[in-house]
Structures are given as C-alpha cells and as structure tokens.
Design a protein around this ligand. Structure first.
Ligand code: GDP
Length: 178
C-alpha cells in the first residue's frame, strides 16, 4: 500500500466531483491484508508501479484506468472517479471495515452516483470463509453499490471488477450526456 500527501484531501473539502474523463482514477480501499496489493499487481502486470496507468478494452471500447492503492486511513483517503472497496471473505473485521469506509465515502463523495464496487476477495479460501456471498450482496444492496467476489490468488473475477467499474462510469457519463 502507498499514499502520497500531495493528492490527499480532507473530508471537509469534498465537493461535487468533476466530470470523469478517461483516464479514470480508480481507488483501491480496504483494511490491511485484504488483497489490495495483489489486485494492483494483477492490474499492473509486469510493471510494479504503485500508481499504475493502463489501457483496457471494455465492451469493444478502450478505457484508460489509473489505479491508486491507498492506506487504510480516512485521513489519507484519496479522491477517485470510482472505488473498489475490498474486504476478505476470510476476515469479518475487514467486512465491517468496508462498511465503515462506505459510510466515509458517502460523506467524501456526496454525489449519489460515484461508482463503487464492494469486492469480497480471497473467495478461493472456501474453508476459511467468515462472510457469506449472501451477506456481501445484502451489504452492497444496503449501501447502493455493486458486488463481486474475487480471488487475486486464482486471478478470478479481477478484470470483471475493473470492467464493472468502467461500465458504471460510462453509464454515468451517458446519463449526463442524455
Ligand atoms: P493489502 O494489505 O490489502 O495490500 O493485502 P495484500 O495484497 O498484501 O495481501 C495480503 C495477503 O493475502 C498476501 O499474503 C496475499 O498473498 C494474500 N492474498 C491476497 N489476495 C488473495 C486471494 O485472493 N486469495 C488468497 N488465498 N490469498 C490472497
């Protein structure tokens, strides 16, 4: 995890976010140990930058994502066009932490339609599961965000999560243009 003081903003300075344009700035959030670094390194591929920019194709249309890994502190929460809110399905505390972070994000990004995906990572660890998919989905419904379970270890659903974020950003863009 990594943090830069120059892009840190305080909760108080939150305002209406600017119209997102590609590159989309996607922020990884979540408790320590949930798999943010693993997520970022799959995204980065060979490159091992902590702020990584990459072109991907989603539904036949190119998109550029700048991925930002961040410390688990609200003071250092970074601004983004969209958020991947991670927890580990093997760690209930990290699930509760994700809920807290979601509430912080609501204050931080007052716009209703900031894309957020609640990500239950480590779904390969079936015998250590502490949070069911049903609970994860219910939490996402309450918090008005999408939900996906992933395994960074198995590289399962990682790209689906990024594609989902881009689709939501485009839906928002298209509804503004309409
Ligand atoms: P971070 O603190 O959120 O950046 O978490 P890390 O990416 O450093 O991951 C913490 C530990 O969990 C590391 O040992 C990873 O190898 C492991 N890990 C991350 N994702 C997965 C996963 O999907 N499945 C399994 N089994 N282990 C994972």
């Amino acid at each position: 995890s990594w943090s830069s003081s120059d892009s840190v903003i305080s909760i108080e300075s939150a305002g209406e976010p600017a119209e997102p344009e590609s590159p989309y700035r996607v922020v990884l959030l979540g408790a320590s140990g949930v798999g943010k670094t693993a997520f970022a390194s799959i995204f980065a591929g060979a490159a091992d930058n902590e702020v990584c920019e990459k072109d991907i194709e989603v539904d036949g249309e190119p998109a550029t994502i700048t991925l930002v890994d961040t410390w688990d502190t609200e003071q250092h929460m970074q601004t983004g066009d969209a958020y991947l809110l991670l927890y580990s399905i093997t760690d209930r505390t990290s699930f509760l932490r994700a809920s807290e972070l979601r509430i912080t994000l609501r204050r931080f990004c007052p716009a209703q339609n900031t894309p957020i995906i609640l990500v239950g990572n480590k779904c390969d660890l079936v015998r250590r599961r502490e949070v069911s998919a049903t609970e994860g989905r219910a939490c996402a419904a309450v918090f008005d965000c999408k939900f996906i379970e992933t395994s960074a270890a198995m590289q399962h659903n990682i790209w689906e999560a990024f594609h989902g974020i881009v689709r939501q950003l485009r839906l928002r863009r298209d509804s503004r243009e309409a």
